[in-house]
Write a protein that binds this ligand. Structure first.
Ligand SMILES: [Zn+2]
Length: 321
């Protein structure tokens, strides 16, 4: 009797485990699709929290494992070492009490065996090092892939293999979801377009004794200037240094500025769509040749336009629509 009960119980336990595995597989498939065609886009939170070089590594390394989204790697990097920014023992050298080291907190033996089985592409240390972000992030992608992330078969299992705690799995999945842009935000990000068909010249950054707060794009006088994305014109007219400018506020609070214009085609208060022609390239104000001076700012902080476009997977210095 006792034996029968145990058998029935065993069958029930097995069934529960099977159902759990199936559910987890479905969840994994839903969040884990990582091939480039379906990879998620970084959310605003991801862009402001993850250093650019780490973000690029997470996104590239994830493509080595079909079904693994970059956000899972980024979430692990965040939780383990705050993307290598932590100064705790074992992050930059040595190891912590558990023997883990480097930005992705690998045990040396695990790292060595992963490197043996997976090709770590060039770009890191020779030989690969767990302290090198490039090597550590590619190795983490390889490890997750062989532990269940491949094709999203068992993403939870793969994360669990990384650090054996259910709470860790939940933390990684939660963090990863904050790093992925929602569908609407993704659509908005894709709606950014190059403001002018021209050649990028003077870059954002220190220029002599002053700071160049935008990106210059050279083009002949009269070349159309397009709204970088949809928004509302908040200023259009003469401005000191800029000659003639247009400023547009976008739904996410970002402001774009277009300077040295020859002519403006929009008025303050007007709504514009992404790509709409708003002005013509000119040579007015403090300008030494026909070009667009293009600025992007958020909360009063000027950003490097080339980097902003890059993070959105779009070219600033490409072709305008
Ligand atoms: Zn400029």
């Amino acid at each position: 009797m006792l034996k029968l009960a145990t058998t029935v119980l065993g069958a029930i336990v097995a069934l529960v485990v099977l159902v759990a595995a199936a559910v987890s597989g479905v969840i994994s498939a839903a969040v884990g699709r990582g091939d480039s065609a379906t990879a998620s886009q970084p959310s605003q939170a991801a862009l402001s929290d993850i250093p650019g070089d780490y973000l690029a590594l997470y996104r590239h390394a994830a493509t080595t494992c079909p079904g693994l989204d970059w956000s899972i790697l980024a979430a692990i990097g965040k939780i383990e070492t705050n993307h290598g920014r932590s100064n705790l023992p074992g992050v930059h050298s040595g190891s912590n009490k558990a023997g883990a080291g480097g930005p992705m907190q690998f045990l040396q033996s695990t790292f060595d065996s992963v490197v043996e089985r997976h090709h770590i592409p060039p770009g890191g240390s020779t030989p690969p090092s767990r302290y090198n972000p490039h090597d550590a992030i590619y190795a983490a992608a390889g490890y997750l892939c062989e532990s269940g992330a491949h094709d999203g078969r068992d993403l939870d299992g793969a994360i669990y293999a990384y650090n054996r705690a259910d709470s860790y799995v939940r933390k990684v999945l939660d963090q990863a979801s904050t790093y992925r842009a929602t569908h609407a935000a993704q659509h908005q990000a894709r709606a950014w377009t190059s403001p002018v068909n021209g050649r990028c010249t003077s870059e954002f950054g220190p220029r002599g004794a002053r700071f160049h707060s935008g990106q210059d794009i050279a083009a002949p006088v009269g070349t159309p200037i397009h709204a970088a994305t949809s928004g509302r014109v908040i200023d259009a007219g003469p401005a000191r240094g800029y000659g003639l400018w247009v400023r547009i506020r976008h739904p996410n609070g970002v402001i774009t500025t277009y300077g040295h214009n020859h002519r403006n085609h929009v008025h303050p208060g007007e709504r514009v769509r992404a790509g709409q022609i708003i002005a013509q390239v000119g040579n007015r104000g403090h300008s030494t040749g026909p070009h667009l001076h293009f600025e992007i700012e958020t909360a009063g902080q000027k950003l490097d336009p080339v980097a902003v476009y890059q993070r959105q997977g779009t070219e600033l210095c490409g072709n305008a629509p």
